[in-house]
Design a protein around this ligand. Structure first.
Ligand SMILES: [Zn+2]
Length: 115
């Protein structure tokens, strides 16, 4: 089964919804920055030793979360670019068509289930 324009629209809107969700997640834990890199918000909880420890812990957690979100965002953007270039839905490894079930479950998939 090949990708019909209807399915492409469905998958594209899934990607756009996911993109919006990830961007708002990133905005929640970062502050606007002039460089392209996001700056992670460092929340001041208090000055006690355990409070400082939680601040650092939260900060470190947020860096890890932000990295993951950035990667997901990149995948989504590259999937959207592939839709525009009409190369979407092909395995980047063996060029086989990625099944629609797989794309529905994971719209930014780059590889087929075999690879
Ligand atoms: Zn493949």
């Amino acid at each position: 089964m090949t990708l019909t324009p209807e399915i492409l629209i469905e998958l594209k809107s899934k990607l756009l919804i996911e993109k919006e969700r990830i961007e708002s997640e990133i905005n929640r834990i970062t502050k606007p920055s002039l460089s392209s890199d996001h700056e992670i918000i460092f929340n001041e909880i208090g000055d006690a030793e355990d409070e400082n420890a939680s601040e650092v812990e939260e900060y470190t957690d947020n860096i890890a979360i932000e990295n993951t979100l950035e990667k997901q965002l990149e995948e989504i953007n590259s999937a959207l670019a592939r839709i525009n270039q009409r190369s979407y839905g092909k395995c980047e490894n063996c060029e086989a068509e990625i099944s629609i079930e797989r794309l529905r479950a994971y719209p930014s998939a780059k590889k087929c289930t075999v690879c």
